[in-house]
Design a protein around this ligand. Structure first.
Ligand code: MLT
Length: 387
């Protein structure tokens, strides 16, 4: 029985996809797979037997990717699974910034007992007037699954849309509307756009990318939307920009105490992907990816190991090895099978940065001592057999 530990509740529709050979455990120490949403994993001790962690969501800043890679633990995410949920929240965020919807609703709540509300509101409403999105320029920083959906939707609202992504994938480029202008640098977006929305992961390179310098390049009265991560924005610099009117509204899904207390902030409690549909999609994708990895050793949507599609094993056993991307590994793997007279029918090796993954389909059952020998090779992080 493969033991799965859920660090956060995972939608039932996903959990129902676990085969009978899988069961859940509350004890992380005995887990071979972990399913997680936003639980912080950086300080957790990860058990030796842990093979995979799947995040039901896109961002993986709550998971220590390098530590996992070093322990031969493959980490997955679910890109695109909650993209529509986030897209809809960003559109709502732009509308809330453009029109004083909240002010108007508050006025109605404050005046709900007024018999003449139907008349008095006609006088009061001028205070809550706004502008339209049509004709405004939107800049989308990061054209992954979410960014592409937002960019396309905004063109249908009549917005002029610019997008920037140095890592734009072919698949995402093909999904992008031809009405979206792709620009080479964020500074073009900063200089020209009325609304700027950011959809990039939180990395050393992106941390604090909205700061004094970048904010000063923007149009006066710009609206910034951050549904990605709090630390992309330097909050002191944002505070000054809001105070001076440089930024008219900061719409964020990641309030801190400081940000939540600033004027002209529209903040939500990380609601972007909190829809039934997104939670279901993420759970289904996370569970399917983990099961495929555990049962067949194939890797789809990992964030720390290369993709691997070796199909289904057609021989007696499949050996899966997470290892360092260093010379002489394959010779040692093949040597271990040559030493016991076992033929290797198929072998696939893929690398990603400092790490690599090798799958060998062999023509005999593999005993524990061979797996032990493979695990003892310097640079091997985790070897296991599926048979
Ligand atoms: C994500 O990373 O996918 C979103 O922020 C939503 C979430 O964390 O659940």
């Amino acid at each position: 029985m493969i033991k799965v530990n859920c660090l956060n509740p995972i939608a039932k529709v996903g959990m129902n996809l676990l085969p009978d050979t899988f069961g859940t455990t509350d004890n992380l120490a005995e887990a071979e797979a972990v399913l997680v949403r936003s639980a912080a994993m950086h300080e957790l001790e990860l058990p030796e037997g842990l093979l995979a962690i799947a995040r039901a969501g896109a961002g993986v800043n709550n998971i220590p990717l390098e530590k996992c890679a070093d322990q031969g633990i493959v980490v997955f995410n679910t890109p695109g699974a909650n993209a529509n949920g986030v897209k809809e929240m960003v559109l709502a965020g732009m509308l809330l910034a453009a029109r004083d919807i909240r002010g108007g609703m508050q006025w109605v709540a404050d005046n709900k007992d007024d018999e003449n509300i139907g008349k008095t509101m006609e006088k009061a409403k001028s205070k809550y007037a706004g502008t339209e999105l049509k004709g405004k320029k939107l800049g989308v920083i990061g054209l992954g699954a979410i960014g592409v959906l937002i960019a396309n939707a905004a063109t249908h609202l009549g917005m002029e849309v610019m997008g920037c992504d140095p890592f734009l994938s072919v698949a995402n480029a093909l999904n992008l509307s031809r009405n979206v202008e792709i620009v080479k640098s964020n500074s073009e977006i900063f200089a020209e756009c009325d609304y700027i929305t950011v959809h990039v992961p939180l990395l050393d390179d992106t941390k604090g990318m909205f700061n004094k310098a970048s904010l000063s390049m923007m149009k006066d009265g710009v609206v910034i939307l951050n549904f990605s991560r709090d630390l992309l924005v330097n909050e002191d610099d944002m505070g000054e920009a809001l105070e001076s009117g440089k930024v008219a509204k900061y719409v964020t899904d990641f309030p801190t105490k400081k940000i939540a207390n600033m004027n002209n902030v529209i903040a939500f409690p990380h609601l972007g992907a909190s829809t039934e549909e997104s939670e279901d999609n993420c759970a289904v994708m996370a569970v399917k990816q983990v099961v495929e990895f555990i049962e067949n050793g194939n890797i789809v949507n990992s964030v720390n190991y290369p993709a691997m599609d070796a199909g289904k094993c057609q021989t007696d056993a499949r050996v899966c090895i997470c290892h360092k991307n260093i010379p002489n590994m394959l010779t040692q793997f093949t040597g271990a099978f040559a030493a016991v007279g076992v033929n290797i029918e198929n072998m696939t090796n893929k690398s990603r940065g400092n790490y690599a993954y090798t799958v060998l389909d062999v023509c005999a059952k593999v005993d524990a001592s061979t797996v032990e020998k493979l695990n003892a090779i310097e640079g091997v992080l985790k070897a296991r057999v599926i048979q």
